[in-house]
Design a protein around this ligand. Structure first.
Ligand SMILES: C[S@@+](CC[C@H](N)C(=O)[O-])C[C@H]1O[C@@H](n2cnc3c(N)ncnc32)[C@H](O)[C@@H]1O
Length: 348
């Protein structure tokens, strides 16, 4: 088994064709605690739980809000209900399963995955702060899957949340509406349909998105990082996690001392900029790149400096941190300085 994982641009990671069997064997496998025979879902026959288990392990004990698009008989919703004992499970389908009783912690909604208004209504009623996990196991048609993905990813998936797209290999099947058997040497006379469209084309679009930082490098106005924190492509399921914007200051508070105090501001976003406001006054631009680390060497005691990370159009506040400075030197710092003076005195 080969692991062809490569890292680009520091934080962006693309794992191509890595199987779950390669995951750390110590990983907690939640599905092993369930009676899988009780659930009518092809996720089990397809061995998808082997892939899901290591990826879902950080969420299993949380109050997750999970949305699955494509319900069929409802078996996967029952599986997720038991997999996440504290979770809220939401299913969407064009046709709701007859005779299925959702019961506790499962909710069903009838509608199309391409109807973005419908998707938003469901999301706002169940998960106004966003879903933790979204699974698309519905049409497996490229254009529909793509519309659903970008709408839910941008508007209804929490930062750090997981989006799984199942069965993307349908794009390589001749009998799928937008699929086509792979031809390693397509005829120059008949190169279409090609795999730039359909499910495979959509997955390739995600690969491009993961490398947005490299694609836009050197294009000053357009430079941005990926909306994706990570992209994992397995044979059956593609997993995307959403970038988590961050902003921090170190040290904070800035230790007391003579002269202006200094802290290092570090941040990460897709296309954000950092502003600073002193003592609640009008903010000014501190840094205009989406990711970086920069010193602020004018931190005064008795003042508050609020650093704010906004998105590119300055409409959304992504993160903020208030930096202050100690007025008095802390006893252990004082002791350290005294020891330094004494040591220097003894040495000379
Ligand atoms: C593969 S089945 C889902 C299986 C289920 N997730 C499981 O694991 O047992 C696909 C489902 O997607 C639904 N579907 C197909 N096109 C859809 C669309 N445009 N919007 C919503 N659901 C759709 C179908 O009605 C079908 O029930």
């Amino acid at each position: 088994m080969t692991d062809r994982s490569e890292s680009f641009s520091g934080s962006a990671t693309i794992d191509v064709i890595r199987t779950a069997r390669q995951a750390d064997s110590s990983t907690y496998m939640r599905s092993e605690q369930l009676n899988l025979a009780a659930y009518d879902t092809d996720k089990i026959q397809n061995d998808y739980l082997e892939v899901y288990d290591p990826i879902l392990s950080p969420w299993t004990d949380n109050d997750v809000k999970l949305l699955e698009i494509g319900v069929h008989k409802g078996g996967s919703l029952e599986l997720w209900r038991d997999y996440f004992p504290r979770g809220t499970i939401v299913g969407i389908d064009l046709e709701l399963p007859e005779g299925f009783i959702p019961g506790e912690r499962i909710q069903l909604f009838k509608g199309s995955q391409a109807d973005t208004q419908f998707l938003s209504e469901v999301a706002m009623s169940i998960a106004p702060d966003g879903f933790d996990i979204i699974i698309d196991d519905a049409s497996h048609i490229g254009e529909l899957t793509k519309t659903t993905f970008w709408h839910l990813f941008h508007h209804h998936l929490k930062p750090g949340g997981l989006y799984a797209i199942e069965d993307w290999g349908t794009g390589y099947l001749d009998d799928f509406p937008d699929g086509k058997r792979f031809d390693p040497k397509p005829s120059i006379l008949d190169p279409f349909p090609c795999h730039s469209h359909g499910m495979v084309g959509f997955v390739k679009e995600l690969v491009d998105e993961q490398c947005a930082g490299s694609i836009t490098l050197g294009r000053d106005e357009q430079f941005r990082l990926s909306n994706l924190e990570s992209l994992l492509i397995t044979e059956g399921v593609v997993f995307v996690t959403k970038m988590v914007p961050s902003l921090s200051a170190s040290p904070n508070p800035v230790p007391a001392g003579e002269g202006p105090g200094q802290t290092t501001i570090s941040w990460k976003s897709v296309d954000g900029k950092v502003y600073v406001s002193k003592n609640g006054r009008e903010e000014r631009l501190f840094a205009d790149s989406p990711r970086g680390s920069q010193q602020a060497n004018w931190i005064e005691a008795g003042s508050t400096h609020e650093f704010r990370l906004y998105n590119a159009d300055h409409k959304q506040l992504l993160a903020k941190v208030t930096v202050t400075r100690d007025r008095r030197i802390k006893p252990f710092v004082m002791f350290g300085r005294l020891a330094d003076v004494l040591r220097r005195g003894t040495a000379s």
